[in-house]
Write a protein that binds this ligand. Structure first.
Ligand SMILES: CC(C)(COP(=O)(O)OP(=O)(O)OC[C@H]1O[C@@H](n2cnc3c(N)ncnc32)[C@H](O)[C@@H]1OP(=O)(O)O)[C@@H](O)C(=O)NCCC(=O)NCCS
Length: 416
């Protein structure tokens, strides 16, 4: 736990507001606030996180006036995989302020506490799903596209009901099999985030969504998905598994209701199976939502990515090329590292550097670093989109080190 009474601010009502990690006697108040400002299930979710051995009350932050909780935010532990590198990350969730206390900077302050904790435990970045624009005020940028949710096409071939596969709700005993199916699905994308062990426990215990598994007659799990209750049509997300299993999931959903939509899974084998069963997307540039990413310091992230970036350089013929001193400036600060026959060297950080191109380097502003490292456009696509991304004479190397990335993130809340 990093803080007790972290700070006091004065709300407009002049009541002193205490900012701190949550205590057991806050739980009812936090759950009530979340349920009132979000979904009833949010209160259940909060208790699952607060009671979890991997997270606990130390992950939950509150603003309180005496015994009354007036704002809250929770930091979850995540791992973002980029190629072969695993980056520790944080995800802020379950954010809400009592309407009487809105607009007084309480969530800004709680985000600060969450980011302090995230940094202190060694996270290299933060990811988020959140309301539009709001989190950009705290250093987040839109970096990875959220897959579209598409209806099942009329007359889709969902396989014969006689294939012997059955679908049932998962229990905690199914977690290893579901995790394995998801790991296989994610192995084909460049950037992925699995469910943490804690998150798997909450997903099989919560009532906001249901985990499904598809089994063969001898009890082998061949597919899984997550279903949102069919209040306004049933939504399936995180579909993973063998093609017959994927079709059995959709068939089962269709048996429950005609109104079934499925989150696509681009870049995975499952995505290819789903693509043929879901309504076509006419416009590939269709408006979509994005995962937020926040990178406070790029040097440690690049350091963690050394094996991946070194491999990309060597795959681009690096061992036959002259060694190169890379310079990437975010204008407010810059990094340098060496590329040679052995791969990528240490990342060194420096201060402001305004004209990287004339120094032989590249310019990438701070708010484009996230999209550069994990986004779908790659360095060259970002140069076309942003006036202050300037790749200079290093363009071919920037293109090789930072190609467009496919991504697939599993999050506590389905981002639909
Ligand atoms: C959105 C919400 C969390 C904001 O909480 P808050 O305590 O009022 O936020 P803050 O006062 O800390 O706001 C921080 C900044 O964002 C601004 N802001 C407040 N609400 C905003 C919104 N909806 N969109 C954009 N900016 C907003 C504030 O003016 C403030 O700007 P400043 O620091 O430059 O003065 C709160 O309105 C809420 O609980 N809404 C319902 C639940 C919800 O949407 N939760 C978020 C789910 S991701």
């Amino acid at each position: 736990m990093i803080c007790q009474a972290v700070a006091m601010v004065t709300a407009a009502s002049d009541a002193p507001v205490e900012l701190r990690t949550a205590r057991p006697d806050d739980l009812d108040g936090i759950a009530e606030l979340l349920a009132a400002r979000g979904e009833p299930a949010d209160g259940v979710d909060l208790r699952l996180v607060a009671g979890d051995p991997d997270e606990g009350l130390g992950s939950v932050f509150v603003a309180a006036v005496g015994p009354r909780v007036v704002a809250t935010a929770t930091l979850l532990s995540e791992t973002v995989r980029v190629g072969t590198a695993s980056l520790p990350a944080g995800q802020v969730e379950l954010v809400a302020t009592d309407p009487e206390f809105e607009g007084r900077g309480l969530v800004r302050a709680l985000m600060g506490l969450a980011h302090d904790r995230s940094r202190a435990r060694g996270d290299l970045l933060q990811v988020m799903i959140g309301i539009p624009y709001f989190y950009r005020q705290f250093g987040y940028v839109y970096a990875m596209p959220i897959p579209l949710t598409r209806s099942v096409v009329a007359g889709a071939d969902l396989g014969p009901a006689s294939d012997g596969l059955s679908v049932r709700a998962a229990t905690a005993a199914d977690i290893p099999a579901m995790h394995e199916l998801q790991t296989r699905a994610q192995s084909s994308v460049d950037v992925s985030m699995p469910h943490s062990p804690g998150c798997w426990r909450w997903l099989t215990a919560r009532d906001g969504s249901v985990q499904w598994v598809v089994e063969t007659p001898d009890g082998r799990a061949v597919a899984t998905a997550r279903a949102l209750p069919p209040d306004e049509g049933l939504v399936l997300g995180e579909v993973a598994g063998e093609p017959d299993g994927v079709r059995a999931l959709l068939r089962h959903a269709r048996e429950l209701t005609d109104d079934v939509a499925v989150m696509e899974r681009p870049g995975t084998p499952e995505g290819a199976v789903l693509d043929a069963l879901l309504d076509p997307v006419d416009d590939i540039d269709a408006a979509r939502h994005w995962h937020y990413v926040r990178i406070e310091r790029v040097a440690p992230v690049l350091e963690a990515l050394r094996p991946v970036l070194g491999r990309r350089w060597l795959d681009a013929g690096g061992s036959d090329r002259e060694p190169h001193e890379m310079l990437i400036s975010s204008y407010r600060s810059h990094v340098r590292f060496r590329l040679d026959a052995s791969g990528m060297g240490d990342v060194r950080e420096g201060g402001p550097l305004q004209a990287p191109v004339s120094a032989g380097g590249s310019g990438v502003p701070p708010d484009v670093l996230g999209p550069l490292l994990v986004g779908p456009h790659g360095a060259v696509g970002l140069e076309r989109r942003h006036g202050d991304v300037l790749l200079g004479r290093q363009r071919d190397l920037m293109a090789a080190l930072f190609p467009p990335s496919t991504s697939d993130l599993l999050t506590f809340y389905l981002p639909i």
